[in-house]
Design a protein around this ligand. Sequence first.
Ligand SMILES: *[C@@H]1O[C@H](CO)[C@@H](O)[C@H](O)[C@H]1NC(C)=O
Ligand SMILES: *[C@@H]1O[C@H](CO)[C@@H](O)[C@H](O)[C@H]1NC(C)=O
Ligand SMILES: *[C@@H]1O[C@H](CO)[C@@H](O)[C@H](O)[C@H]1NC(C)=O
Ligand SMILES: *[C@@H]1O[C@H](CO)[C@@H](O)[C@H](O)[C@H]1NC(C)=O
Length: 964
Amino acid sequence: MTVLMFVLLSRKASSSTTVLLPKTGFPLRISSVQRKERDLWIMKKASFDQLYKWQRTNLQNNDEFILHDGPPYANGKPHMGHALNKILKDIVLRYKLLSGKLVHFVPGWDCHGLPIELKALETHNVQNSSSLEIRQTAKLFALDTIKCQKEAFSRWGVMADWDNGCYFTFTPSYVTSQLKMFCDLYDKGLVYRDYKPVYWSPSSRTALAESELEYNANHVSTSIYLKLSLQTPLPECIADSSKDAPVYLVVWTTTPWSIPANQAVCYNPDKKYCLVRYKSDKDNKYLVIALELYHCLEQLWSCHFTLIKEFCGNIFNGHYYKHPFRKIESMPLLPGYHVSTKKGTGFVHTAPAHGPDDFLVALHHKLPIVNLVDEDGKFCTKAGSDLCGNDVLDKGQEKVLQFLQNDVIFQESFTHSYPYDWRTKRPVILRASLQWFIDTDKIKTQSIEAMKNVTVVPANFEKPMLNQLASRPYWCISRQRSWGVPIPVFYQSQSPTKEAILHRDIVDKVCKLTLEKGIDQWWLMSAEDLIGKDLIKELKLSPGHIFKSMDIMDIWFDSGVSWNSVLPPGKQADFYLEGIDQFGGWFQSSLLTSVASSGSAPYKNIFVHGFVLDREGRKMSKSLGNVIDPHLILDGKEKKQPAIGIDALRWWVASHVSGNGSNVSVSTESIQQASEDVQKMRSVLRFLLGNLSGFTSAPFEQINPKTLGLTDLYMLHLLSEFVGTALSAYQEMNFRKVTSLISSFINNSVSAFYCSIVKNRLYCQSLTSEDRLSALFVLSEILDQITLIIAPILPHLMEEIEIYHPWRSENGGLFRNRKFTDIQKLDISDVDCIYPSLSIRNLVNKEIGRLNTQEWNIEISAFDCRDLQLLQMLQSEGKSHNSALCELLQVSMVTLLGKNSVDSISKEQENSYKEDCFKKIECHHFGLIQITLSKTKLAICSRCRRYTSSDGNICFSCLKVCSL
Ligand SMILES: *[C@@H]1O[C@H](CO)[C@@H](O)[C@H](O)[C@H]1NC(C)=O
Ligand SMILES: *[C@@H]1O[C@H](CO)[C@@H](O)[C@H](O)[C@H]1NC(C)=O
Ligand SMILES: *[C@@H]1O[C@H](CO)[C@@H](O)[C@H](O)[C@H]1NC(C)=O
Ligand SMILES: *[C@@H]1O[C@H](CO)[C@@H](O)[C@H](O)[C@H]1NC(C)=O
């Protein structure tokens, strides 16, 4: 519609210089080549980089809105996920700022952790470095990434103090606050040290994280089926024929070396088991196995079972078996729903030191965690003199198998996928080691309670997190790596349990050192120097026998305590806004640390968004070739890809988030669509701006909105409705709705409806005629309010408009000067009178279709006098070329007839026109309205282009304007 208007314009321009065409330096399009420079120019001109600080110092406001930034990982280039997250945050912040709040937003980075450590090792090729060397390279790597990400976030227009107002998890102040928090939680009894099975690489003598494993699909293990003698008799009814014979359970394992560490056997109480007689070459035995595996085992073992009895697993409750190694010990049979009857035997050998499920069973039933394997992967002395010193993956396992040979029913080589150390390419084992934990069990009730005060959008998404909280037994927070915050404890080597020394005074001393010289001191200085002579004496420690911990903290603990460093003291954040995966991550670690420390959640509201995926719903990856790079959207790539600019990226973000947490797909097409949407807005806004030219201050001070014409009032009514619905969509955080309201209002109500109606008034009347000023007043209101509504989403474009605004360009930008509360509430309730005229307009447009309505005359006959009265509000005369009704209908002339004159005149006309230029339609409002359309006999006016000239020269109305 607008494009058409501009074409029309240029024809007019040549025909008459007295026509008032829109004038503005605001460009219709920004070419790809100018795009980057233009974005930067706007940001500079409107001082984007100063806005955050400006509002912090200039707003006298106790009404603060705190959005606490979840730290992105300082690893990798800025991607679409960052764009979605940071731009959404900025939309919320700018919306709050315009709503009159003082906003608090401190962006942060998660700087420690394994991926950075590995990347640093990779990039800088320092395979054999000391902890300190690793830390230095990792730090440089993190700093590089932070710089690159910061530039992007700031370029996207995200409002913050990027120079001095960010937080980083590796700065001395952050680290010391974290060390103190660790100490606080320890003093509260929420931090403890215990065994837990972790992946352990004997070949590199360290625990490994999941990401340091490589799975070898062709690993060959020794698989055994082992019988264990049941010590407690089965109930009479089951035992019958086997009464006096021994009964055995059968367990299956592919890690026979772990049998000496066996602590229990688990069964599934809901599954069917059976007692069978098993005949082999050697003897007859009674075995218990899962019923479902009966045939499977017969086949595998090439034998024949005789089924004696079937029964349910729950009968094993309270039963015992003899330990396979220490035959005299009775070991418990325990229920476990993790026990599957799809493979194996339906009984699971449980060695708590060597398996995660086993470990959980042990925690639940308070079994001891017995670890018989040392750091080199060899049996330790506790395993007995026969085994001690033998490698569990080699000689050690052979010895175990020798010992068990009479109890092994079946043995085979078993090929399966098995974890290897990614560096040494040697197999790893699961092995319990001493780690540090947070006792989440103790605070789970309180955490779940605290979540009741938190509003989560979308509401149903917090359930999995609550379930996870309820079932999470502990949180292991120690890692055996270098790039992180040290666990600030020492060990007294003389004590057999290497008892930990964790003392507040020592931690305070370390914190002081950190603030002075950095946390690297932990790795540089000896334990004695870190603690200091005075404290060693005071705490009665033995110098020369103190070791510092070489563990660092889990990075989820680093970022989880960010609220403590970043939020104003004693305050909760109003908002956490992150991707949906943070329910398992940051939302949870923040909640747990905050509840542990203060008893309440660190946030009042959580808003989540989905992941950015490609068009087919796949993750973006280099190998798939489906990566869309936000940097290329902004700046393009010479010749290959045009620059699209920040407006389109931000519009794309807003138009894809409705608050339902669903994943967002991105494609070149959807970015292109966003770009076209923005371009449409741009041209309409340019039209509004251009028409305000010719004035250096608002020219309509004298106008009383109440005396405006009905069409103008109606437009203001549409505007006010739009503003109301758009603001409530913002309130609901439904940004997709905001964008669709904006697009539809601009394209339909403003461009297609109002602008096309009033252009004659704007172009052809004298500069300050009352009718023209009325239209300008409405256009100016539309421009003011629309720019405010769009500003949180497209701050660049809205500031650009502000720069070109004829009487507002000099006052420092939209965000510093305007608020939603400035929006005038005009009293425009009584616009219903326009509805009959609007229905006629719709009908006429439909009837005439794409033909120029200006070539037609319209005769309207209203049968109900109430309809006639309403129509007369837009045209008091019987016939007119210039009434508001003519303007609304965009026709040459309107004739209004009442009920009495209807029949005769219509008949008369019917005879006098030819078929093709005569149409008759009807509609109903209060009563019947008959509409007769006929081609005008007048000629087109060379000035206003309306069919209002009797002789082909300039029409009477234009003549009047020109002679003024
Ligand atoms: C790495 O250190 C180990 C043990 O100190 C040594 O055996 C090995 O040769 C070193 N490797 C390199 C590449 O320096
Ligand atoms: C929840 O909010 C209520 C009312 O503000 C407050 O009294 C209560 O302490 C809060 N509970 C928690 C766990 O934060
Ligand atoms: C969530 O909203 C998006 C629009 O933002 C829509 O396309 C999608 O269908 C919605 N999903 C659900 C599950 O409601
Ligand atoms: C969103 O994408 C992630 C990652 O591909 C996927 O795991 C998740 O199931 C998706 N969520 C929905 C609601 O489709």
